[in-house]
Design a protein around this ligand. Structure first.
Ligand SMILES: Nc1ncnc2c1ncn2[C@@H]1O[C@H](COP(=O)(O)OP(=O)(O)OP(=O)(O)O)[C@@H](O)[C@H]1O
Ligand SMILES: CC(C)(CO)[C@@H](O)C(=O)[O-]
Ligand code: BAL
Length: 253
């Protein structure tokens, strides 16, 4: 969606290692924003982004406008159930329909042999893979959809375009999120009670200046199904708000 940072540029570099030609898309997709979310405030800086992509050797930038993507009469929606349930799908009704729909359109417009997405948006990646599998997409085939590990700031905070919304004070406090997740994961691996450990993590976040924890859950990394303990494939998913900004992160247990 643009406002490119090093996490995005890492996707470009990972793509360049796999592909002959790298194409980037930038499109702030209205259909994945809910009412009252930050569609209007979302940073748009196409000229700067374009220069960054050029210096990374990206061959083509595909940046359609909203009217081209959704012309008058547009009426189709792609809805992926199962992996979309709960977490960001629970907090942001319709969000993953918007994501699946626009990604299917972007895939059909560009017809890439492969595609790369960040693991910061782990549930999104699961939704996109499910859609590609269920719709028998050929460009790209589901096996050519790759996840790229989350790129973090020096203090552990996952890079995100939304970090730019944070004041200096909230930016410093935001690093509590990955740190508290690491601590909770260590305790869970140590055999401590999952519910109590996650409740303590939530308290730590609220104490550090977060205003709300939208969710803090263990889920199966592939199916995104709920878990109450470590099944060997568990991942911790958290969304929490600080200074009005909603941050998400996820880590393996
Ligand atoms: N820190 C990161 N590390 C790896 N990939 C990332 C990171 N941040 C974003 N991405 C990936 O970049 C792609 C574009 O994401 P998007 O434009 O939504 O950026 P974003 O920085 O995640 O924005 P926001 O957090 O505000 O939604 C997605 O595949 C996303 O997972
Ligand atoms: C997958 C995506 C491009 C759909 O708009 C967006 O959600 C993103 O950039 O993560
Ligand atoms: N990075 C996922 C896009 C969104 O938050 O809408």
């Amino acid at each position: 969606m643009g406002a490119l940072h090093d996490g995005h540029l890492t996707l470009m570099r990972a793509a360049a290692e796999k592909a002959d030609h790298v194409i980037a898309s930038i499109f702030v997709n209205p259909r994945q924003f809910g009412e009252g979310e930050d569609l209007d405030a979302y940073p748009r800086q196409l000229a700067e982004d374009s220069a960054k992509l050029e210096s990374e050797g990206v061959a083509l930038l595909w940046a359609p406008d909203v009217a081209a993507m959704y012309p008058a009469g547009y009426a189709t929606n792609i809805s992926v159930s199962g992996v979309s349930a709960g977490l960001c799908g629970g907090d942001r009704p319709g969000h993953f329909d918007g994501v699946a729909t626009v990604v299917c359109k972007l895939f059909n417009q560009v017809r890439p042999d492969m595609a790369l997405f960040g693991e910061k948006d782990w549930q999104q990646l699961a939704v996109i893979r499910r859609m590609a599998r269920d719709l028998d997409l050929a460009f790209p085939h589901v096996d050519a959809i790759h996840g790229v590990p989350t790129v973090r700031e020096a203090d552990g905070l996952a890079m995100s375009s939304r970090n730019a919304y944070l004041s200096a004070e909230h930016r410093a406090a935001a690093a509590t999120l990955p740190r508290a997740m690491d601590e909770a994961i260590a305790r869970i691996r140590d055999g401590q009670h999952v519910g109590r450990t996650l409740a303590a993590m939530e308290d730590e976040l609220l104490g550090a200046g977060f205003s709300r924890v939208d969710y803090a859950e263990l889920r199966d990394a592939d199916s995104i199904a709920s878990l109450d303990g470590d099944n060997g494939n568990a991942r911790l998913f958290v969304a929490a708000r600080i200074g009005g900004t909603r941050l998400i992160d996820n880590k393996p247990v």
